[in-house]
Design a protein. Sequence first.
Lengths: 879, 104
Amino acid sequence: MFDLEKAIRQWRKTLRKNESMEDGSMAELESHLRDEVENQVNLGLPVREAFERASQSLGSAAGIGIEYLKGRTRYGFMPDLIWNYFKIASRRIRRHKGFSFINIAGLAIGMACTIVILLWVQKELSYDRFHENRNSLFRVAAFVSFPNRSGHSVIGPPPLAPAMKEEFPEIIQSTRVDDCPRLVFKHQDKAFYEQNGLLADPSFLEMFTFPLLEGNPQTALSDPFSIILTEKTAIKYFGSENPVSKTLMVEGIPITVTGVMENVPENSHFQFDFVLPFEIRREMGDDLDYWGNSNSYTYVQLHSQVRPVDVDKKIENYLRDKLATIFRMENPYDVKLYLQPISDIHLSSHIEDQDYAVVGDRKYVYVFSVVAFFILVIACINFMNLFTARSMKRAKEIAMRKVVGSKRSQLVRQFLTESLLFSFVSLIVAIAIVYTFLPITRNLLNKSLAMNLLDFKLAAVLVLITLLTGIFAGSYPALFLSSLSSIRILKGIDQRARSQMTVRKFLVIAQFSLSIILIVATIIITKQINFMRKTDLGFDRENVVYMPLKGNIGKQYGTFKNEMLQETSILSVSAKNSHPLLGSDYTTDLEWPGKDPAQKILMEATGVDYDYIETMKLEMKEGRSFSREYPTDAGGAYILNERAVQLMGLGSPLGKEISVWKNKGTVIGIVKDAHFRSLKQQIEPQIQYLYSDLDTREMNESGVILVRVKGSQIPEALVSLENAWERMEMDYPFEVGFLDQSVDNQYRSETQISQIINIFTFLGLFISCLGLFGLASYMAEQRTKEIGIRKVLGASASQILLMLSKDFAKWVALASLVAWPSAYFILQKWLGDFAYRVDIRIPIFLLSTIFALLVALLTVGYQAIKSASQNPVGALRYE
Amino acid sequence: MAASTKPMILSILMGGENYGYQIIQKVKELSGGKLEWSDGMLYPVLHRLEKDRFISSRWKISGGGRLRKYYTLTETGREELERERKQWLSVHEALSKLWKPITV
């Protein structure tokens, strides 16, 4: 049965494709068609023939289209031209919804990614700019050279800050700063460990902009036994009452609260919950005038008229000369001082030992900027591709326009209007996407990002990107197509079209190159992280917990240890005078046989209890670990690690006598190297000495008790530990750390990076696929006739599939040629940061390409299958 | 598009409101049943005439539920038609004088 409605629908579709056709005109023509069909039927024709006659007599859409155009060009000089273009552009979007959606979606997602990354970069670059004196505040840094290592450092002697202020008139203020060890705070019934504290001089409040909500900034830090709390800390202990002049117990010592400070903003490299006066360390027994200690950070404020560069020159050798004078040394290690502007601090990841500061990696700022650029480029390429592809379809219409007299500039403007319209719609969608997903990024990046559209700079950048994208995307088809010779198009010669195909091929290949690079990056970064996580560290990190060694527990350590060893759930107990993964004391005050007197090698010296090596399950290479059977071990024995032996150049170290801090002892064992720091760093030379008589020693605040528990009885072990603790320790709340978690934390930033890159790779691929899908649709449509003919000639569906997919496979292969070397180069650099790393091997590249290929084929496949299974007759009929 | 289409359509509309299909049938009739171009090409002409405000249009639904666009001659259209008529007549006069001797 001939379906008239279906035929009319088909006819309508053909008509729609002609963009000169306004909606009203189409309706009128349809009405005419129906009238004519009715007429013919009344004359006795069957419906099918009636329809044939009617549509024939009505004429072809193209012919009618031209007539409409003629009408338009006569009024081409009217002032509402732009509006006309706009009308046509929006009509186009409506009429090709699927295509428009893909185009806009791709660009919007790309823009959204770029915006998020830009917000992050903006944040990273904005640290510490809120201080009023920001242009005159500096941190004193040094370039230090030892024989075995050299690098930048910011840690120095406490007397440096006041001395520099005295000595140099250009320095109008200075302050000492240090971070606080973990302290117990107690007020009435609230007792907690506080980790995030800052020690600073009263001048700190003058130099930096940390406003006080309560209290007097002039006096708040004058008394050593005073403390300033940040808002949230004040609320934590004092609720809603004003804590100023009230007492807070810190480690059992009564301290007066002298101020409440506004919470520290996120973009400050200082992050703290309270401030204690630096002088309190003197009360605790620290010699703050000793130039030999390196345990303070120095910040200075310069006079506003002074150039930092000039001050750099003056202070360069100050510390070196000072140390030489005080210690009467002939060859001090080399120290060159310089000033670091505070806005540089957050991204100064090349400086080690600044754990007190929040430091991001400058490298990642570059990396993510590049990634943002990549994604935007992929999205723009897509956009251009799809836009151009669609424009080719209109080539005939354009040619006719030219014949009829449309000026080239008009066409260019038409295209540009359309692409700009698309671009701005994408921007709006992108902004909506960003608003929706910003809360999620907080978890991912550990930072809150906010988009303030009223920020002129941000808005300007966004508009600029949109304009550039629109102009760039629209200009190519505009200029290219409008310059085509119209006669040739009408005649069907598509020579230029072929060169246009080349450009489009190039764009797809570029897109896939970028995607493949991202895939390779994802694979390698993931591998590196897994490698770091799974590498044998040289000690057993599972099932080990640690607790602070201080207070009463410290005094009763021996009893505590013995009691715990009675429990079946506890396997061994030991202690160390620092956090399990951090060093405690570094010194060059070492002597060993064969040492060159001029040599100064920095080594870590750690005090440990008996059973330390057993608890950590470190491996001994030679000799033995500390043992009660040898009373001389206490104070007279040392254990070295392999690296120390190597640096000392000791041939057979066992039994040799060395001295540390002028204390002589025998080397009784060599322990195998272990990775206590992250695998980014080389293993350092380490010397262990016995930390005996722990019950009676002065406790180092950062000492820990290490407990290895039975894997199957962890909860029981924890309960026993807690009970014993509560019984013996009145002042400090019970808290344990898990060694395996601490190890994982070392890689937190890398893990974050990997998650982020994963997401961006997925997005990049997604955008590429969107583009590919659109492109495949267009190409399939173009070749509808060809496919129809082939099918009629007997080609099977799978053969058609192959034919359509072949091209894309080739393109992905070409993309790989570009992607592989680029990816290799980039990742080689990133991996260079890690002292211990994975290899970049060929299978990774192959895998990436295959993956990209699969994705491409899947995308194209859907379209190919659709075309391949279409009725060839239908394809060949409506031209 | 022949130049005569315009006056033809305007004249047809002198007879009252009419819709596209009917107008075109009438034009075909007057042209001896044949047109040099397809039916559809007349619609752009109507479109143009409407733009020039010589005719106005409105959509009406017929009894059978069919939607059609109806056109009416405007005052300006009437004037234009008069102008065209005068023009054609003067052309006819001129040509008649020229052709008369030949027919003898």
